[in-house]
Each structure stands twice: as structure tokens, then as C-alpha cells.
Design a protein around this ligand. Sequence first.
Ligand code: C2E
Ligand code: CA
Ligand code: CA
Ligand code: CA
Length: 287
Amino acid sequence: AKERGRGNWVRYAGGMERPASAHARLGGDLRRALDAGEFRIVYQPIVSLDDSRIVGVEALVRWEHPERGMVSPIDFIPAAERTGLIVPLGRWVLRETCRQAAAWLAEFGPDVLDKAAPNVSVRQLHDPDFVNDVAAALADFGLPANRLVLELTESAVLRGQHVSRVLHELHDMGVRLALDDFGTGESSLSLLRAFPAAIVKLDKSFVDGIELDEPDTPEAHARQAVARAVAQLADALGLDTVAEGIENQEQADRLRRLGYHVGQGYHLGRPMPAEKITEIFAAGRVK
Ligand code: C2E
Ligand code: CA
Ligand code: CA
Ligand code: CA
């Protein structure tokens, strides 16, 4: 969002190029970037709203482009999904997150790092090697399966028999699954029951404005009702919750009263390089 032009560069590179060739070029550029080691991972703390302790980290990818600087994932994940590069890129994110999480676990123990959560795209779920890749990443770095959370969107898990089998295989391995951006897709009770989820992440759009005592619009009022309903539903189904996009203490307080014990957002900790997280772990508290 900081550099508006970036998205345009993706879509209209060269001006006269047809979109398909622009996409092909970006696909090639992403491939080159992956081979050149230009991707980085930043980790955002997932924090207990009860005692401010870090209970996990989400892994978020960045592209450190030699000329454009840090590129946001919203500017290249869609292209990576279209071109299929998300499969090797996602595999790299998965492995790097497992490597880093195992290093944190070895240094600080499971009381400090409970879990690490990379995002997984639907294209990866359809890759025939995906379950093996996850098993190999855990084995190669010695990360126990229950320390890994895979974040998936509702639209990804709605994709039929094959995906359902993959998710159950992962669940049987002991990997935890989180439903990301919950409430924005076609969430339904039957989806939640069919999906072997451990965690639902309440989307930021329900957190925005939730602190207001007299929400001035019906939509704002509905956000509080949805947040409360999601917490109660998760409770009834034995799922953990994470409220996303918390930007101030009033939101954190309100979400606690609505039944949330864990949150994520700029107010609780920004995405940051691994070394920063290491410093926080060493100091013992998020702030
Ligand atoms: P997401 O999975 O919903 O990740 C949360 C996004 O919200 C992150 O943006 C994070 O930096 C941002 N965020 C966290 N707290 C706050 C807050 O308090 N306020 C605001 N305004 N934003 C907050 P980011 O890192 O730009 O990532 C955007 C999206 O790109 C992610 O949304 C995810 O869908 C995708 N993404 C990121 N890394 C990966 C990846 O490795 N693989 C895949 N497939 N997708 C990824
Ligand atoms: Ca996520
Ligand atoms: Ca999310
Ligand atoms: Ca999102």
C-alpha cells in the first residue's frame, strides 16, 4: 500500500505488453528471485490477551527486490498463485519457518515458542507432494508436528474431496490447521465441522471499530455480534481463536470481553525479522 505503483507494475508492465506476457515475465522474475534468495520472512507475534505473552508467530513473506526494495506479498502472491510459483515459494516459506521454529525451540523451549504458522495457498494443497513436503520439513529440522500451524483460507478448504483428504492427513500427522480471515468467506457451521481445524482467526474487518461503545452504523454493530458469535461457536466446537488486526488497547479489551484470549496486530507486535523475535524471547515478554 506504501507504493501504489507496484501493483500496476505487476499488471501493466511495459504498457504495451499483453497481460499474459506481463504475467509470464513476473513469473520468471519471481522464479529468478527465489533462486537468487531474495525472499525474506518476517514474523508477527501472536499474543495472549490475558498476560501479553507470545503464544506463537505467524510467518509472512517479503520480497527484497534489488531495485524496488521490500515488496509486500499482496503485490506478488496473486501472481505467484497464477503462475504456480507459489508451490516452490510456499515450500521455501514452510521449510524456512520450520528451520527457524526448531532453532527457537532448541534455544528457548516450548514454553516460549508454542507454535509457528506459515500461510498455505490452495495451489499448494493441490500439489501432490504437499503432505510429503510438510513431513520432510518437520523431519529435516526436527520440529515436532504440534509446533506447526498451517494457515488456510476458507475458500481453500472448500475445494472438494482431494483437499479434504490432504487436510485430514496433515491433522493425523499432528499438524494444527488454522482457518484464516474467518468470517469473510463462505464460513458455515458444516464447514467448521468437516474441517479438522484447531484454530479460527477472526478477520481484521470485524476488529476494525469494535472498540466503539455506540457503533454509529448497523454494520459496526454487526461486527461486534459476529465477533461474539464466532467466539461462542469456536468455544462450542473446542477450537482456539485468534483476533487479527488489533491496533489499539481498546480493541484488545473489547475482544477479551467478547471471549477472545489471543490476538495479533500492530498494537501487540509488528511483523519483524527473526533476530528481533529472538531478542524478545530472550527478554521473556512481548513488551
Ligand atoms: P494474512 O495471512 O491475513 O496476514 C495478516 C496481514 O495483516 C499481514 O499483512 C500483516 O502484516 C497484517 N497485519 C497484522 N496486524 C495488522 C494490524 O494491526 N493492522 C493492519 N492494517 N494490518 C495488520 P502482509 O504481511 O502484508 O500479508 C498480506 C497477506 O499476504 C497475508 O494476509 C497472506 O494472505 C498473504 N501472505 C503473506 N505471506 C504469505 C506466504 O508466505 N504464503 C502465502 N500463500 N500467502 C502469504
Ligand atoms: Ca495468515
Ligand atoms: Ca488473516
Ligand atoms: Ca488477510
